[in-house]
Design a protein around this ligand. Structure first.
Ligand SMILES: NC(=O)c1ccc[n+]([C@@H]2O[C@H](COP(=O)([O-])OP(=O)(O)OC[C@H]3O[C@@H](n4cnc5c(N)ncnc54)[C@H](O)[C@@H]3O)[C@@H](O)[C@H]2O)c1
Length: 355
């Protein structure tokens, strides 16, 4: 078992445990699950179908009551009306501050359940059990919780850290391939911004068997990178912005096509390639880094070419980028594989990135 500890600014400390098969050991973790009269598992229909019965059964070992709230799968559930429904269910169950929420699912469930935990009764404890690759390497660690408002993603939320994060890469066996590919964009991102070793390792795999065999190590490496970044900048005032590598352009691509044509991972892949294309043109990044990036994205079935987009609409989306400061955008670039830097550019200059 790999154990990574994450410490936050307000001295909260939580453990991130990573092990294949961990989902069968949930009944043996009294330090996490004891002392809660009620445990409410929040999951979605897809994940629930495979794992809810077993997780429930194991959590019953602690002697308390165990309930489940099952939401519809998909981003559309990450909204305020779903939050309200869950609040009402918790109220019906007489959920108190001594009880526990368990988020069992991908990033949608994690962000939503985390936001409910951050706000119900002004904050209750919650445990993350991430089941998608993206959730295991990214969203379950770092304490960002929240929901979308209309088409604006993650507009309402809170920084709220979990009590523990329990990661079983074995969950990925049932994750549909398209979602695995999607999560790989974030894994590749960690290689780009922080570890050339990880990048090279990913390049050496013959997709998908070798990758799955090595998944425990890969997830642990990504989580360690994320933990290190989050510990030094919990509220994204500086260094944490490097986690957004590929995300500024990616966000434009996703939004432009109304979250329909490109998945998040695909959009980030395009974003990472295009921003690196720019830094190569500027003489900051060596051209080999760009060709290696293209190769790795192709290996994992991710796109890198920018689709045709109208300037006016691109500008509108950039104007609403919630990570901007006035007319300035903080953009992450990769001077070489394994290193990241934040540069500031004017929004009108950013248009160059879309030509
Ligand atoms: N909080 C953060 O720091 C952070 C970071 C990145 C992304 N996010 C958020 O994460 C969300 C995306 O997360 P996601 O990609 O996990 O999407 P998701 O939660 O929608 O999961 C993807 C799909 O896979 C299914 N699924 C998940 N695990 C499964 C399993 N083991 N077996 C079978 N099916 C499974 C889900 O039901 C869903 O259909 C977005 O809302 C994004 O904004 C948050």
């Amino acid at each position: 078992m790999k154990e990574i500890v994450c410490k936050t600014e307000n001295k909260h400390k939580y453990r991130i445990l990573i092990q294949k098969g961990l989902r069968e050991d949930l009944g043996k973790m009294p330090e996490i699950f004891d002392d809660h009269a009620k445990i409410v598992i929040i999951t979605d229909k897809n994940v629930g179908k495979y794992y809810l019965a077993s997780v429930k059964k194991q959590l019953r070992h602690y002697g308390g009551e165990v309930y489940a709230i099952v939401i519809k799968a998909g981003e559309a559930s990450k909204c305020l009306s779903e939050v309200e429904e869950i609040y009402f269910r918790l109220q019906e169950l007489n959920f108190t501050r001594k009880d526990l929420i368990v988020a069992l699912g991908g990033g949608v469930v994690g962000d939503l359940a985390g936001f409910v935990a951050a706000t119900y009764l002004r904050g209750v404890e919650f445990v993350q059990i991430p089941t998608s690759l993206l959730a295991q390497v990214d969203s379950s660690v770092g304490g960002k919780t929240g929901v979308d408002l209309g088409y604006q993603k993650n507009l309402v939320g809170a920084f709220y850290q979990p009590k523990a994060v329990l990661i079983d890469p074995g969950f990925l066996e049932t994750l549909p391939d398209a979602w695995l590919t999607d999560g790989m964009a974030e894994v590749i991102k960690y290689g780009c911004i922080s570890s050339s070793k990880l990048f090279l390792r990913l390049m050496s795999f013959h997709y998908q068997e070798d990758l799955m065999d090595d998944m425990e190590e890969i997830v642990a490496k990504c989580v360690t990178i994320k933990r290190n970044i989050v510990e030094s900048d919990e509220h994204e005032q500086g260094i944490r912005r490097i986690l957004n590598f590929g995300h500024t352009i990616g966000h434009v691509v996703e939004s432009y096509f109304e979250f329909d044509r490109y998945s998040h991972g695909q959009a980030v892949a395009i974003g990472m390639y295009q921003i690196t294309n720019m830094s190569v043109r500027e003489g900051i990044t060596p051209p080999e880094a760009l060709s290696n990036l293209q190769l790795i994205l192709e290996t994992y079935g991710l796109p890198w070419q920018l689709p045709q987009m109208e300037t006016k609409k691109v500008l509108e989306i950039l104007a609403n980028d919630k990570k901007s400061e006035g007319d300035t955008l903080n953009i992450c670039i990769m001077p070489k594989i394994g290193r990241a830097e934040i540069v500031k550019i004017q929004k009108d200059q950013a248009l160059e990135l879309f030509k």
